[in-house]
Write a new protein. Structure first.
Length: 447
């Protein structure tokens, strides 16, 4: 290749890079302008009164089926759960500690105890607690504990509740947090539960950045340590797993990675408020290390990288994902039109396309459009499958996997849905990888 050709090629690549960077910047600005104003609303006074009354009836001996008759579908012989809320502190600001404690004592579900794991050398916590005559508060001095993980583990040994709830210093539980969690436990029997969350300022007046999470999704978990607040776990299971201090900054994430995945349940409500405090530090490096450890102890070859300064992670499997992850049957990506807008890709069971109309580089809300996850279905126009499924592919599509995809878009979508449903019926997972893309000339057909 001549010198001129090399220079021309470098210039073209540089131009494309600048163009993509500009598009990404424009799309980021669009994301900001599209975000709707968020307003957190506390449970209405009538709801608070009703929840307290329902708990009192349970406390007086009525069964859950009697108290909640017709309201929710409960498991047979559902038991009324009791909770242990644990918070570890070390020389806390008394006002912030008290704010967190009041959010616990104000719960509409009164069946709990509150354990304070006090790692400080001073008496600030004791001075605050002296003003509260509540036998549900239990104060344990743990001087010398080097990290939160060890303090939480020690405190859990004293827990009397059926489930443990973890509360970080300064953060707040929504008034109905334990009530909603108890209902979900009685309805599902889940061993691990997590909720949506938002942020509040130090004065607890402004609420923002709601994190509306998906239901449990294995590959989304590998890409994002999203199961953090509010985290609730059955006491016996926690005592079997415990936090590991070497991953203290991502202790919740490490715990979830090691936990059995069959009993995890998402409560789709904002039940936890993360306080924005200046002394808080990012611990995304611990999350990367925890995921690397997860793969290593299972003998899975994978390289984990962190996406810039964010908490999001990217996994490269060696030599490839189908070799390492035997449970992955299909990988799909984004189908783009000539203007690089999404017209196909990840779909739900009804065939609705996720992120339809967004630009290829648009991150979407909470980076959803650029974060890998398991899906119900993906579009065959941008699809890789493991060799064991070649026969099924030919049966559904009427052609071999290596034959170029042709046909009308709606026909391809229907066959993609059918194929992915049968893949999932065989026990395989379907992975949507937003880095995989294919462009088509027309929305209606593939040529």
């Amino acid at each position: 290749m001549s010198f001129v050709s090399r220079v021309t090629g470098l210039s073209a690549r540089a131009g494309r890079s600048v163009y993509r960077g500009a598009r990404a910047g424009v799309n980021k600005l669009k994301n900001l302008t599209r975000q709707k104003a968020y307003r957190y609303e506390e449970p209405a006074p009538g709801t608070v009164f009703s929840q307290r009354a329902q708990y009192e009836r349970l406390h007086q001996g009525e069964s859950p089926s009697e108290v909640f008759s017709g309201d929710i579908e409960l498991r047979r012989a559902a038991k009324v759960p009791a909770f242990t809320v644990i918070m570890a502190v070390s020389e806390p600001r008394p006002d912030r500690f008290e704010d967190s404690m009041i959010s616990v004592l104000s719960q509409t579900w009164a069946g709990f105890e509150f354990i304070v794991a006090d790692c400080g050398m001073k008496s600030a916590v004791g001075n605050v607690l002296a003003d509260y005559d509540d036998d549900r508060i239990r104060h344990f001095r743990m001087q010398g504990m080097a990290n939160v993980s060890d303090a939480m583990n020690s405190a859990a040994l004293h827990a009397a509740g059926d489930y443990i709830v973890f509360l970080d210093y300064g953060d707040l539980l929504a008034t109905d947090a334990l009530f909603e969690t108890a209902l979900t436990i009685m309805a599902t029997g889940a061993e691990i539960l997590y909720s949506d969350e938002d942020c509040c300022d130090s004065a607890m007046r402004k609420f923002s950045a709601p994190y509306i999470k998906p239901d449990f999704n294995k590959d989304y978990l590998f890409a994002s340590p999203y199961i953090t607040h509010m985290l609730v776990i059955r006491r016996e299971l926690f005592l079997a797993l415990r936090f590991r201090s070497r991953f203290d900054g991502a202790r919740d994430y490490d715990l979830i990675l090691r936990a059995p995945k069959s009993g995890i349940c998402h409560i789709p409500r904002v039940l936890y408020h993360v306080r924005r405090l200046p002394e808080r530090k990012s611990a995304s490096g611990d999350a990367r290390a925890a995921l690397e450890n997860y793969f290593s102890v299972r003998g899975l070859r994978a390289r984990v990288t962190q996406e810039g300064s964010s908490a999001f992670l990217h996994v490269d499997y060696l030599p490839d994902i189908f070799t390492v992850r035997k449970e992955i049957g299909v990988i799909g990506g984004k189908v783009l039109d000539r203007r690089r807008r999404i017209i196909g890709g990840m779909m739900d069971e009804d065939g609705s396309v996720a992120f339809e109309g967004l630009d290829e580089l648009d991150q979407g809300h909470q980076r959803g459009a650029v974060t890998a996850r398991n899906a119900d279905a993906v579009d065959a126009r941008c699809m890789r499958i493991r060799p064991e499924l070649y026969g099924l592919y030919q049966e559904v599509f009427g052609s071999s996997y290596n034959t170029p995809m042709r046909g009308r878009a709606y026909e391809i979508r229907e066959k993609s849905l059918q194929f992915c449903e049968r893949v999932r019926a065989k026990g395989y997972l379907i992975l949507w990888d937003p880095a995989m893309t294919v462009s088509v000339r027309s929305r209606r057909s593939t040529e």
